[in-house]
Design a protein around this ligand. Sequence first.
Ligand code: SAM
Length: 161
Amino acid sequence: MDRRDEIRPGEVVVTAPEPHDAGLVFIGRIHTPWQSRSECPRQGRQDGPVCRIEILEPWVAALKGIENFAQLEVLYWLDKSRRDLVEQNPKHSGRTTGTFALRSPMRPNPIGTSLVKLERVEGNSLFVRGLDCLDGTPLVDLKPDHCDFSPNGRTGDFQKA
Ligand code: SAM
């Protein structure tokens, strides 16, 4: 057991239902310099190291146009996390906080999100900065940053009105 999975003073664990109904399809893998959770940054930074997001077939065609965006929202599955904590004691602070008031990887559905800077696209690989996950973390989804996208969307709505 990773030491981060141990229960800390004050933390509350529940008997979580068996996960069975989401039916996610992992669309790729994230390659980072970090092999253990102790090495990983707690939050990615856009001046952090370049990481490679590998998109698997049949999803590579879905990258068309992604090179037009400077920033992407990346959703990933923090697959090594325990999923039964409802109150957590971050950094052994002695104070517990509810899971939904934290960005901890330990949550019922361990989805991580980061806003990353897109450096370049090469075939089925995106090179980005701003991630904070372990090497090999499964990829759930990619979306263009809504700050890049929303001005056009808003203009469209106003034109229709
Ligand atoms: N930026 C994301 C967010 O806010 O949703 C994730 C933040 S979470 C605090 C980042 C931490 O999750 C890392 O420091 C590492 O300890 C842990 N982590 C990274 N990859 C993981 C994985 N594949 N499984 C479990 N834990 C992971």
